[in-house]
Design a protein around this ligand. Sequence first.
Ligand SMILES: [Zn+2]
Length: 216
Amino acid sequence: MAALLRRVACTALLRATTQARSSYVAPAPHPGALSAMLIGTCRTKKTWPVSFSQEELKQRLTPMQYHVTQERGTESAFRGEFTDHKEDGTYTCVVCGAPLFKSGTKFNSRSGWPSFFDLVKDGSVTLADDFSHGIHRVETTCSQCGAHLGHLFDDGPRPTGKRYCINSASLGFQGSEADAVATDTAATTEDGAGGGAKAGGRPASTVAPAGGKKEL
Ligand SMILES: [Zn+2]
């Protein structure tokens, strides 16, 4: 009798579980599954929303910036200018100025390259399979202009567990304070009081959407 009751209870429980499952809204895909989806959808992507002529990029970028972003190069470990960079602000694509990473998600991976555990926003970086050097890695590129950035690994810290391993040469930086100063300067210039600053001229700023960095 007890066994029968237990069986009836189990059946009821199973039915309840099944019903609950059928009306259950599917959860967001597992991060790993999401990566696979992104990889699958992005592999065939050939065009980018923003493009620049190679001649312009050769003039505007340093040889290392050009090599890394346009020829999928890799800078030497511990040599990049942003590896130990700790200022507050936003890391941008050096080619098109798109915001990519916040300083708050930067961490010391001891890899020798700037490392981040999250993006400024979903979709700012495009993922693709990379089988170069006889190993499988996930390449990261800027979703705006297709510049090569680095690679993505699954050994990052919480909460994402991701490690975006990025070449310094692919990045620009907009400091939080510099941002505020730039805004002030722009306002002053519009009033006509900042003529000196304006006379300095920054023709490149009209080309680069980020506009904040002179030397990149
Ligand atoms: Zn870009």
